[in-house]
Design a protein around this ligand. Structure first.
Ligand code: SF4
Length: 235
């Protein structure tokens, strides 16, 4: 498992914390609006950051760095993910994990071993095959089953979490967002993230105009009663 991106410190990736963010390459989805195409298709063109480099940075800056966000790509692709998280926790740092939810077994491993403090799971579309296929390119039904399993596992885990959807005009209607919110009824937090038409996996998506922020906020208001906390992100 190679680490293909490192932001030494960020105030944006985990609300309330100063964190480092690391990027793991490859993903089993092909979301047309994905903003990390080189991480998905050509990670060999990106430089690798070694564990020793990371460890030395975190040891030096431990006084003011609270934790590490693990993102990608899809971090749960890796059998060695628990080992990486053990190393980070061993340095006294908190861990936030981003996932698309298609590897519930891996998720279960890291939850059961107390290796994560926060999970941010993407829900890419209403939970039916046609919608998920359009938003992610997946063609196999078992993915949907796994995603549903991950949602339940996260909700039952006792760990702090959020679900989130990147809202894209050609992929999501207001009704779709209501359908997702209704599926996760009672969840701790659900965020609507505005799509950014820049450097997208499918270049055609660079021509799509995102919803105005007010439209996202209005969607958020409509579903607010369904979840404990609902928010919007992006311009
Ligand atoms: S947006 Fe996330 S889940 Fe979709 S292809 Fe990119 S890294 Fe994978």
């Amino acid at each position: 498992m190679e680490i293909k991106g490192f932001i030494p410190n960020s105030l944006l990736d985990w609300e309330g914390y100063i964190v480092s963010t690391i990027y793991l390459p490859y993903c089993n989805f092909r979301c047309p609006y994905c903003q990390n195409p080189s991480l998905i298709f050509s990670p060999h063109t990106l430089s690798t950051i070694t564990w020793e480099e990371l460890k030395s940075y975190w040891k030096k800056n431990k006084k003011w760095i609270d934790g590490v966000c693990i993102t990608g790509g899809e971090p749960c692709l890796y059998r060695k993910l628990p080992e990486l998280l053990r190393g980070i926790k061993g340095l006294g740092l908190k861990v936030k994990l981003d996932t698309n939810g298609t590897f519930p077994r891996r998720l279960g491993e890291v939850i059961n071993e107390n290796l994560v403090d926060y999970i941010a799971m993407d829900i890419k579309a209403p939970l039916n095959m046609a919608s998920y296929q359009k938003s992610t390119g997946i063609k196999r039904e078992f993915y949907l089953k796994r995603i549903k399993e991950s949602i339940q596992m996260i909700r039952d885990s006792g760990i702090d979490y959020e679900f989130r959807t990147t809202v894209v005009p050609t992929l999501h209607t207001e009704k779709d967002i209501e359908e997702i919110a209704s599926y996760i009824q009672g969840a701790r937090a659900y965020y609507l993230q505005n799509f950014v038409p820049h450097d997208t996996l499918n270049p055609a998506y660079e021509k799509i105009t995102p919803y105005p922020r007010e439209r996202l906020e209005s969607m958020c208001k409509k579903i607010a009663r369904r979840v404990v906390k609902c928010g919007t992100r992006g311009k």
